[in-house]
Design a protein around this ligand. Structure first.
Ligand code: HEC
Ligand code: HEC
Length: 289
């Protein structure tokens, strides 16, 4: 820039020599505060540049003296998280499901952990939040096949139902039709009787004949009034809740072939602390006993 040491007569300040339509630019110094901030940012940038990864050099970059990387940051965050969890997980592993349930701290932790373990392992069969699916029981109600206390649920999740496990829940409804125990007309009649528990029977005569068939063949497991039995995991037939379906043809199908649903034994796949958290979570879902 050409420099003319011209002085503006009005302000007495030197001008830069730039002029637009008779207006001249004054050469005032930069404000002090602005300069200091500017120098501070330069100093900050230099320090940052030396300490942190900064300068791209083709396929790599300067690493910085601190050795910081976004990856190592995440790893140490995760490690800190695991450590915070380990404290709880150790206590959960050492406690009974009842003790976990009665300790507000552990209960909160277990409900959160149980919820996420449930979403990963259980929703494919039991539905989100345990709301059930055709062929798979609802866990979010207070009707239980094998018992709804904390320790019942813990036991069920550990060892499964009809699973390959020495301590699994075991019972087998007979294949009344397929194995020729009952004739098709008898199955029709007992199905009508089952429907009469929920006032859905449309054939009173058949339901009447079915009552004796039920007493002889079914009541041992399902109870005199179809109330079910936790002992053998026989569902109640009088509560309007159906795992396989409560229409006539589905009931005929169930009595003809039986179902023998299988619930995996999770002690083979999940650690004990996770199973305990699941038990507490499922218990809470279902308004457990
Ligand atoms: C492959 C499908 C499947 C998966 C996955 C599964 N379950 Fe089940 N579960 C079943 C079936 C089928 C039954 C009912 C068995 C029967 O007829 O008695 C059942 C029954 C249960 C019961 C007994 C309910 C009662 O009323 O007594 C509990 C508790 C349970 N499951 C919890 C779980 C949990 C927790 C998980 C995840 C860790 C899980 N299940 C994953 C299929 C599954
Ligand atoms: C040995 C015990 C036993 C006997 C006897 C038995 N059941 Fe069952 N029943 C069960 C069990 C256990 C289930 C659970 C389903 C499974 O096998 O997975 C079941 C399920 C059912 C279901 C399905 C319920 C649903 O929610 O979908 C119906 C319906 C049923 N039984 C009707 C009968 C009738 C009718 C008889 C007599 C002709 C009978 N059962 C005899 C044990 C028995």
């Amino acid at each position: 820039m050409a420099h003319h040491a011209d002085i503006d007569p009005l302000s007495g300040v030197e001008t830069t020599g730039h002029e637009w339509d008779g207006l001249q630019e004054l050469n005032n110094p930069l404000p002090k505060w602005w300069l200091y901030v500017f120098f501070a940012t330069v100093a900050w940038a230099l320090v940052y540049w030396v300490l942190y990864p900064a300068w791209p050099l083709g396929s790599f970059h300067t690493k910085g003296l601190l050795g910081w990387t976004a990856r190592s940051q995440i790893e140490s965050d995760l490690a800190a998280g695991h450590q915070a969890q380990a404290k709880y997980l150790d206590r959960i592993a050492a406690a009974t499901v009842e003790q976990i349930h009665d300790d507000p701290d552990l209960l909160n932790f277990a409900l959160a952990g149980g919820r996420s373990a449930f979403a990963v392992n259980c929703t494919p069969c039991h539905g989100a939040g345990g709301q059930g699916n055709p062929n798979f029981p609802i866990l979010a109600d207070d009707k239980w096949l094998w018992g709804g206390t904390l320790s019942d649920i813990y036991q069920t999740i550990q060892h499964g139902i009809r699973a390959a496990d020495d301590d699994t829940h075991m019972s087998q409804m007979p294949r009344f039709g397929a194995d020729g125990v009952l004739k098709p007309n008898e199955i029709n009649d007992v199905a009508e009787y089952v429907l009469s528990f929920t006032k859905k029977s449309t054939d009173a005569a058949a339901a009447g004949r079915g009552a004796q068939i039920f007493a002889d063949n079914c009541a041992a497991c399902h109870g005199d009034h179809g109330q079910g039995s936790l002992e053998v995991g026989a569902p109640a037939l009088n509560d309007g809740i159906w795992q396989y379906g409560g229409d006539k043809s589905t009931i005929v199908q169930t009595v003809t072939y039986a179902r023998q649903g299988v619930m995996p034994n999770w002690s083979k796949r999940l650690d004990d602390a996770t199973i305990k958290q699941l038990a507490v979570y499922v218990h809470e879902l279902g308004g457990g006993k």
